[in-house]
Design a protein around this ligand. Structure first.
Ligand code: BDR
Ligand code: CA
Length: 316
């Protein structure tokens, strides 16, 4: 069954792969990309979103710029991981089009309210500011959305502090709103995404497709490999964000576990930590779950197929 999604992202090397995976798989209907200040400033990541779509020769999917800053705090970007542009290491095509004339938050609200209930899935792969703003501005979206499948957080591991992941740490108040709204939330956190490692063999497999988009992805991975090695001590980079889309294409790619999850907004050492209560089986009304185990072979197969499809030109 085709799933209609809105990607809310801050491209970002792995966000770019998430966009390409959504574009290249026929079971995903990408209704729009909204952008959020995160890996880099809003201006830069919005340019990057348009450039990634341009790379894939995709000119119809609307791009709407969202919030430049978190709800309460100043924006902290990640140049050490994604470079000064947010997509360092690749030759980005110059976008031939611009964003639509609508704020990203309004695009999210209008798309959800304008479609049948329970047909739209939100896929945030950056800080959750836009999603929290949308919930506050139009609370009816909470009942209307099918589900939220987000990249962020982690149950046993952090990357922006000992216990907090970047997207959560940048806007913990927004994350608090999103996890506490009573819609179904799947957290694809670091426990899961640290299994999505782009080994040299995986990268060679993508390169072997031989198209400009395959080369583009390989260049992204070259940069990502170096920055993750230098800043986080990884041998192979974890390609976080496309795990969300892969889960929607084929839920069997990721084993999930239900548990109540909340977000720390007060802690001095734990700010932005996603706290999962694992003391007992989740209560029947639990609306949150997190990714535990990735079928890495199947995940990389989906990425390969999507990039190969884009090479042939998707019939959309
Ligand atoms: C997340 O932070 C960003 O740098 C990546 O794009 C991903 O969304 C991983 O912590
Ligand atoms: Ca991201």
């Amino acid at each position: 069954m085709v799933k209609k999604i809105i990607l809310d992202s801050d491209p970002g090397h792995d966000d770019a792969v998430a966009i390409l995976l959504a574009l290249g798989n026929k079971n995903i209907d990408l209704l729009g990309v909204t952008t959020i200040g995160g890996n880099q400033t809003l201006h830069k990541v919005t340019y990057n979103a348009l450039a990634v779509l341009e790379q894939a020769h995709e000119y119809k999917v609307p791009v709407a710029a969202g919030c430049a800053k978190p709800l309460v705090r100043e924006l902290e970007t990640a140049p050490g991981i994604h470079g000064d542009t947010g997509l360092d290491g690749v030759d980005l095509p110059k976008p031939s089009r611009s964003v639509i004339d609508k704020h990203g938050v309004d695009f999210i609200i209008d798309t959800i309210m304008g479609n049948e209930p329970k047909t739209i899935t939100l896929v945030p792969t950056g800080p959750l500011t836009n999603i929290a703003m949308a919930v506050r501005k139009e609370p009816r979206i909470v009942d209307r959305v099918k589900e939220v499948v987000l990249m962020g957080g982690g149950v046993h591991v952090g990357n922006w502090s000992a216990v907090a992941e970047f997207n959560m740490k940048v806007d913990p108040e927004a994350a608090h709103v999103v996890f506490n709204a009573p819609w179904p939330v799947t957290m694809i956190g670091l426990d899961l995404t640290h299994q999505a490692l782009c080994t040299p063999a995986r990268q060679r497999d993508i390169e072997s497709i031989g198209t400009p988009t395959a080369k583009f992805v390989s260049q992204l991975m070259d940069f990502f490999r170096k920055s993750y090695e230098k800043n986080q001590g990884f041998v192979d980079p974890p390609v976080h964000d496309p795990c969300t889309v892969a889960y929607l294409i084929d839920p069997s790619v990721i084993t999930v576990r239900k548990a109540p999850i909340d977000v720390e907004t007060q802690g001095t050492l734990t700010l932005g930590m996603t706290v999962a209560d694992l003391r007992a089986p989740a209560p029947a009304d639990c609306h949150t779950q997190f990714g535990v185990k990735l079928d890495a072979d199947r995940f990389w197969q989906l990425i390969h197929e999507a990039i190969a499809n884009i090479g042939e030109g998707m019939d959309r």
